[in-house]
Design a binder for this molecule. Sequence first.
Ligand code: ADP
Length: 445
Amino acid sequence: MASLAGLRFDPSGKLSLFLPVIALAIIARLTGWRLTVVCVGLLWAGLAVLGLTGHITFADASITGFVAALIALLAGRSNRPLLGIYGLHQPTENEVLRALLAATPVVLLDQQGRIKRASPASLDIFRLAEEQLLGLPFSELVPGFDHRLHASVDAGTDLIKPAGNNWLAMRPDLSHIPVELWLDHTPDGPLIRLVDLTPRQTADEQARELHSQLNKVWRLNSLGEMAATLAHELNQPLGAAAAYLHAAQEDMKTAGPLGESALRTTELAKAQMLRGGQIIRRMRELLTMEMRTLSKEQLSVVVDDVLPILTLTGQDRNIRIETDISMPDLVRMDSIQIQQALVNLVRNAVEASPNGSRVLVTGHAVSDHTFEVAVEDSGIGIPSDQIDRVFQPMMSTKSGGMGLGLSVTRTIVESHGGNLRVGASRWGGARFSFTLAIANQDEQE
Ligand code: ADP
């Protein structure tokens, strides 16, 4: 009888020799084959030492070693390692590669340009089963593709340029999707990777649509602002001219018959002047900002939608547009008008900022009912004595500037019941901010 590491070995009973065998089976079941092989090796070494030192017979050592290896093999093979199932198993490089290839649409062609292997993701692109796809000439699925021309160049991974705008992948129902084709030469033949361009095209279309909507809103808003300014500016001189004519008419009345004709003429002039005032007022009413009802919107979603357009404004001068919007961000707004306000503020911020800097759009609740949106830059800022001036319509310090951006933005913000404010940003530039009303989750639209 011998004792090792707390275990009792009884060569006559041999029962205790099965303890390490059971432990090995558990290890094999729980972990991958690598650890199991190491443990079998250790067990064999231990058994050899016990055999050599005479603690157990060589026959017992050999039988135990053989049984342990057999049980470990069976336990390890029976299923996936349990630790792997619970996410504790590290996948091997090959497993990762296989998973990646399965998720990537790739096809392997033979020398005749026929498909000899296809990944599961490529079946989704063509909407065909594997047995339908294998053996088909790739040019049948992507018209215009010529394997002699496009897959014979001895190069690394490369984009294969189509003759027209895009390659089109044909489907059995005769529909097609735009794809990009990338070529890689492997020892087994040309490997073509397909990239489905539909999501990119949809995003581009949405950005174009939003851009044209914003342009329309901008034209109407700026016209409305100009009409309001004109009406405001012309109202005073028109009123003064009408008052002078009225005074002149009083004098003419005292001039007797001689003044009667002049009185009639000035009356006509007065009527035209009043008409001019009415025309301007009507124009202003017609061009008053078209506001839809304010609906419940998530600010982060509205900002994300307009982000491609905001990003474009800074692209030429390498100015990044960053966003930081705290949740919850459910607010009441007319989204297209608020997007217009953000485009105006971000464009101004970009124009005032140095190359390579950043503009930050933030949003956070400032009370239970109010959410503040701000645009901050690291530009020249606005001197305190200029703060009132910058909001005046048609005031601009830029050559070619219309001076309408801030006044249109202020009208948009005020029509939402908020105020447009300006101050200094954390980087010493300008910080324009406005508030929106927070919407309740269960509130009606
Ligand atoms: P415009 O951009 O056509 O000049 P705006 O009404 O948008 O018209 O802006 C009026 C003026 O306010 C600008 O010309 C500029 O002088 C000033 N301004 C606006 N935004 C900023 C800013 N972020 N930093 C510094 N100055 C600004």
